[in-house]
Design a protein around this ligand. Structure first.
Ligand SMILES: C[S@@+](CC[C@H](N)C(=O)[O-])C[C@H]1O[C@@H](n2cnc3c(N)ncnc32)[C@H](O)[C@@H]1O
Length: 279
């Protein structure tokens, strides 16, 4: 009998629950929102500030705010210092799914494809620590140099050249330092450095309990699904960050699910995040 991830955190013992709650509030900086200030410099965007502002407004993206709790909760800003941009609701969903997978005895490791500063994978490692897991690994997959130039094989990405966006480029040593900041860097944290198309197909991952996709583009989503979704164990979770926010990502998910005959129900987390569970 598989448990409902929604109740997974509440069912933890109080110390584990308090640790994960504090870890999440640090990773999002919700605990320090009064100190967060981001005057986003959009001049490095392709097309410049004037081109990108309408796009961000369309998504209700908060650009210049001091400690806007709603934006942070919904993951609608680029935090100046927080180790994750996905916001409280999606981060809690990661914890819930990881805890549920462990509690239900679903075999396999945890992975995120598209980690930015690494905060979501830090939380995954924190869940293993909180539950006393001794074996599983956390895979940290990213180019560590931002988004790729769109791949011509994927027409859905043709107008999405974000490869120059500096804020998305975080090198692997900075991500390692973020794990270390929380005392969670060890040999069970494995880095897959490079473009997904190159690193994921041959990655030495045997089985996955949780696969989280956060690569924005059609190509990045499809490359990760193709290489890793077959490795998700029965009862394991597939989490997709960009399903609601990026039509290109949604298209890749729908194409993949249709091609593989996957009809597991899709559950919404917030305005963009979704998940499903492998039967
Ligand atoms: C939106 S950020 C991820 C946010 C992160 N999950 C968090 O918790 O804040 C997208 C990341 O995906 C990476 N990325 C996108 N497409 C990629 C690809 N094809 N190969 C490798 N990395 C990719 C980028 O480098 C970037 O770090």
């Amino acid at each position: 009998m598989l448990s409902d991830p929604a109740g997974a955190l509440a069912a933890l013992d109080p110390a584990a629950r308090a640790y994960l709650d504090l870890l999440m509030r640090c990773l999002t900086r919700e605990a320090f929102l009064d100190q967060e200030w981001w005057d986003a410099d959009l001049r490095d965007w392709p097309g410049g500030r004037d081109a990108v502002l309408p796009l961000l407004r369309e998504r209700d993206w908060r650009v210049v705010r001091r400690g806007d709790p709603a934006a942070r909760a919904e993951g609608r800003d680029w935090p100046p210092t927080a180790e994750t941009m996905i916001g409280t609701a999606r981060l809690a969903n990661v914890a819930e799914c990881c805890v549920a997978a462990l509690r239900d005895g679903v075999p396999g490791d945890l992975v995120e494809t598209g980690v930015w500063r690494g905060g979501t994978t830090v939380l995954m490692r924190g869940v293993l620590a909180a539950l006393g897991d001794q074996d599983r690994r956390v895979w940290v997959a990213d180019s560590f140099e931002g988004l790729p130039v769109p791949d011509e094989r994927y027409p859905a990405d043709a107008h999405l050249d974000w490869s120059d966006v500096e804020v998305l480029k975080v090198d692997a040593d900075a991500v390692r330092a973020n794990f270390d900041r929380y005392g969670l860097l060890d040999d069970r944290v494995r880095f897959l450095e490079g473009w997904f198309a190159d690193t994921l197909p041959g990655a030495p991952i045997e089985r996955l309990a949780v696969l989280r996709l956060d690569g924005d583009l059609y190509g990045s989503t499809m490359d990760a699904l193709t290489a890793l979704e077959p490795k998700v164990a029965p009862g394991g979770f597939v989490l997709v960050d960009d399903y609601g926010g990026w039509p290109s990502c949604r298209e890749a998910v729908e194409d993949y699910r249709a091609a593989q005959g996957i009809d597991a129900p899709i559950h919404e987390v917030d305005w963009t995040g979704v998940w499903w569970r492998k039967p």
